[in-house]
Design a binder for this molecule. Sequence first.
Ligand code: ROI
Length: 165
Amino acid sequence: MESYIGLGSNLDNPELQLEVALAALRDIPDTSLVKYSSFYRSMPLGPSDQPDFINAVALLDSGLKAGQLLSQLQSIENRQGRVRNGQRWGPRTLDLDILLYGNQVIDEPGLTVPHPGIRHRNFVLMPLLELAPDLEIPGLGRVDELSDAAGNVGITRLDLARNAG
Ligand code: ROI
């Protein structure tokens, strides 16, 4: 199944966190990293007394079920020092979210797909626009239209060209 993954970090060298996470995504069993977006610097959504985030989106092609893929992502987060301290919308070394899993709609405890934040988060929509402008998000609409609506306030693309090799 094709699955889009959101990556975010704002602690401990965020760009390096994303590079390390991309390498880890390549190593998930029965899964390939098809491509990934540029990196973006974005103002924090939530408490503003935290560093800017670095965000990107990756496309995986995986034979895993959504729940299995989620476990793999959580183990990567944990390996990269993710601490779950209960602070809502606080800073983190690495956040990996399943944004989309094919065109499936999933509503389970701990796993809501499409990710409920997509619509209002330009730091998800801008990198997704790079990868899949024509993509239809179940229940929400086309990525290019959603991205237009969300705007580009508080986000800049880092000028490093990146391509999955
Ligand atoms: N803000 C930005 N800009 N990027 C994120 O990835 C991000 N992730 C989060 C919260 C803390 C809500 N804010 C964010 O989890």
